[in-house]
Design a binder for this molecule. Structure first.
Ligand code: PMP
Length: 406
């Protein structure tokens, strides 16, 4: 038993688990960013090429967004002062919701404090214990938690397996409860795209509610980054579209888009909306400015995709396993480099960091046992030189560690 557990025996079970992580080589210390999110930045005093953030379009520190945040702070102060339903709704919150609804081409939108809150708050409130949730096995944790909170019966379909999803829908079609089918638009650990159109067709056929979590598709896929639903021309068939303001949009928050009734219902029933304080006005203003940039600067998204194809191709040419054999094949700026063993993955990530590349190791329980990987994310702002430098580092460290043949 370590000294911390000796001091607080009540928490000894936590200490034991941490000791176990240390033994497996997967215990981590948080890396701390010394400056701003950028393609090259400083973590823990070390200058690195950053392939780990979700800052897809480089908006985390766009000067126009900074200005918008400052202006809103001067005008409205730093806090909203309450939850939305009590006294914490400001014009700027409404403006952001209207902006997103118009961008997505839907009737209405509600903004949550995070993408996590949007998913968990929505899934848990639109269904009850008589209902059924059909969920892709690789859906995000916030969907899984929302499903559990709803107390609905959960049926998990094999990853992107339409036939399996249909089989599950058939199994429950004569049950009285409602059915909700949910998929990620882009899967966060493998970078593959969900079959939104085909699943939406199934939902039409069986009268199920269709929900898509577009956290990693917003700002990335679809016209001007409208997401996977737009990419598949499925706006009219998807009842609930979730997105995040924390990744491509560069700030913080999540949102749900859909019919006016869906949004009014969430205003009345979604617990994170009802019981957690709304965004500071600066965040709402930042996001409004970010949507303007999506509308006006499609080049950013084009650059993101050009960088992504180049990086993926070069990784594959160098001999890395970037998925597609034992794991799904990435189709987006999220590119995994499969290693398999957790300890080896974490060692590779640390060695990359020491050599000047920040690329996070992801191990169980975030991904299945034996499928540990380095997860990389490309952005529109990486230069070709930075990408080449990162690729060179990947190859030389991998050769030293025996991950690639010397
Ligand atoms: N859904 C998916 C697929 C995600 O990857 C994430 C972020 N990890 C979320 C939802 C939650 O978004 P946020 O970080 O805004 O809470």
């Amino acid at each position: 038993m370590t000294s911390a557990a000796a001091k607080r025996p009540q928490l000894a079970h936590l200490t034991a688990q941490l000791d176990d992580l240390r033994e497996r080589g997967t215990f981590f210390k948080l890396r701390v960013l010394d400056d701003q999110q950028a393609p090259v930045c400083t973590y823990d005093g070390k200058r690195v090429i950053n392939l780990a953030s979700n800052n897809y379009l480089g908006l985390c520190n766009d000067p126009r967004l900074e200005e918008a945040a400052i202006a809103a702070t001067k005008k409205y102060g730093v806090g909203s002062g309450a939850v939305r339903t009590i006294a914490g709704t400001m014009h700027i919150h409404m403006e952001l919701e209207e902006k997103i609804a118009a961008f997505k081409g839907v009737e209405a939108c509600v903004v949550f404090q995070s993408g996590f809150a949007a998913n968990a708050g929505t899934v848990s409130s639109i269904l009850g214990k008589e209902d059924f949730i059909l969920s892709d096995e690789l859906n995000h944790a916030s969907i899984i938690d929302g499903a559990r909170l709803s107390k609905a019966k959960i049926k998990v379909f094999r990853h992107k397996d339409i036939a399996h999803a249909e089989q599950l829908l058939q199994e429950v079609q004569n049950e009285p409860g409602r059915k909700l089918l949910i998929t990620d638009g882009v899967f966060s650990m493998d970078g593959d795209i969900g079959p939104v159109d085909k699943l939406a067709d199934l939902c039409e056929k069986y009268g199920a509610i269709m929900m898509v979590d577009d956290a990693h598709a917003s700002g990335v896929l679809g016209r001007n980054g409208r997401g996977s639903v737009d990419h598949f021309h499925a706006t009219d068939k998807v009842d609930v579209q979730v997105g995040t303001l924390s990744k491509a949009i560069g700030a913080l928050g999540g949102y749900v888009c859909g019919s006016r009734d869906l949004i009014d219902y969430l205003y009345h029933r979604a617990r994170p909306f009802l019981f957690s304080t709304s965004h500071p006005p600066s965040v709402a203003a930042t996001c409004i400015a970010a949507f303007d940039i999506l509308e006006n600067e499609p080049d950013r998204i084009a650059r993101l995709w050009a960088n992504t194809s180049y990086f993926k191709q070069q990784l594959a040419d160098a001999g890395f396993d970037t998925g597609g054999n034992t794991t799904p094949k990435s189709e987006t700026p999220i590119t995994p480099i499969l290693i398999g063993d957790s300890r080896r993955t974490m060692d590779f990530s640390r060695a990359l960091f020491d050599a000047g590349v920040m690329a996070t190791g992801i191990a169980f329980p975030t991904v299945p046992e034996g499928k540990a990987r380095i997860r990389t994310i490309m952005t529109s702002e990486h230069t070709r030189e930075q990408i080449d430098q990162a690729l060179e580092t990947f190859s030389s460290v991998a050769r030293k560690m025996g991950i690639l043949q010397a």
